[in-house]
Write a protein that binds this ligand. Structure first.
Ligand SMILES: Nc1ncnc2c1ncn2[C@@H]1O[C@H](COP(=O)(O)OP(=O)(O)O)[C@@H](O)[C@H]1O
Ligand SMILES: [Mg+2]
Length: 269
């Protein structure tokens, strides 16, 4: 079925809204990638809706980071096309932000200066930088720590700074590559809830790479279960948990436990 409207048909506001939201924020069309002639993935196709959070779950070496690198524009497909917002991804851009496992913070700069670093690079004035730093510090729960230095912070707080620094550039898409895997379980769970809150407030589309079944189920609207991308096949699972999604109680919900068990069995298969 085509989603392009017949020109003779007048669209209501609701229908126009539905059409706009039907347009994916990210799309892979039969994407293939090779490193030095060695095929890493072939024929990978998927679409991600604006504001959706997709968790990429799979074993080491299956190609999760390669997918993020393709979306970030750090590398180009060797076959097929990757799109963001209907445009070919030709290279990196400010519409995408990447959060890595360890936030590479500037240790000689305050939290506020770390957060607003991209604005300084863009030549924005100090008052604006300060305002954005405060706004983003509040968004990630770091209000009051703007003048602290990274060495004064815990691992979880450093990751919050990393998150705020990416958010300060107001990306449409956040690419998160196992961002919490070095943190203790409690800190990790708090930050997962924070990610859902941030997504709610910013409307950001998020690709979240993880090794953890629990993390994928708690965060994802959908989970892509990757094993070997060389034939383009992977399982897509919809996650249906009660709102608000950021409630820690969801971890105890029967649907959470069922889905976790189902994925565990699939991965062990
Ligand atoms: N720079 C590179 N050069 C050659 N091969 C690479 C490079 N980066 C990753 N690979 C290979 O590509 C495959 C997928 O890697 P990656 O996307 O990092 O997996 P994951 O993030 O799921 O652990 C692996 O087999 C890895 O060895
Ligand atoms: Mg990886």
């Amino acid at each position: 079925m085509s989603i392009v409207p017949d020109k003779s048909v007048e669209l209501t506001v609701d229908e126009a809204g539905a059409l706009a939201s039907a347009r994916p924020m990210l799309k892979f069309e039969r994407v293939g990638f090779e490193y030095d002639g060695r095929s890493i993935m072939r024929d990978v196709s998927f679409a991600v809706r604006p504001g959706e959070l997709v968790a990429l779950l799979g074993p080491s070496g299956c190609g999760k980071t390669t997918i993020l690198n393709l979306v970030a524009g750090f590398i180009q497909p060797t076959e097929g096309v990757a799109f963001i917002d209907n445009r070919d991804i030709a290279g990196p851009g400010p519409d995408r932000g990447v959060v890595f496992q360890a936030a590479a913070l500037f240790n000689w700069m305050t939290v506020a200066d770390n957060i607003s670093f991209s604005l300084r690079c863009a030549g924005r004035p100090k008052a604006e930088r300060q305002q954005v730093a405060e706004e983003m510090a509040a968004l990630v729960g770091l209000s009051g720590f703007e003048n602290a230095y990274p060495y004064q912070l815990s691992g979880g707080m450093r990751q919050r700074v990393g998150l705020a620094r990416v958010l300060a550039a107001k990306p449409k898409v956040m690419l998160m590559d196992e961002p919490f895997s070095a943190l203790d379980v409690q800190t990790r769970e708090v930050l997962q809830e924070e990610v859902l809150r941030i997504r709610e407030r910013t409307g950001c589309t998020i690709l979240f790479v993880t090794h953890s079944i629990d993390e994928a189920v708690f965060l994802g609207d959908r989970i892509f279960l990757l094993t070997d991308l060389k034939d383009g096949a992977f399982d897509e699972l919809a996650v249906d948990l009660p709102s608000p999604r950021d409630s820690g109680e969801n971890r105890l919900h029967p649907a959470f436990i069922r889905l976790r068990e189902m994925i565990y069995r699939k991965m062990r298969h």
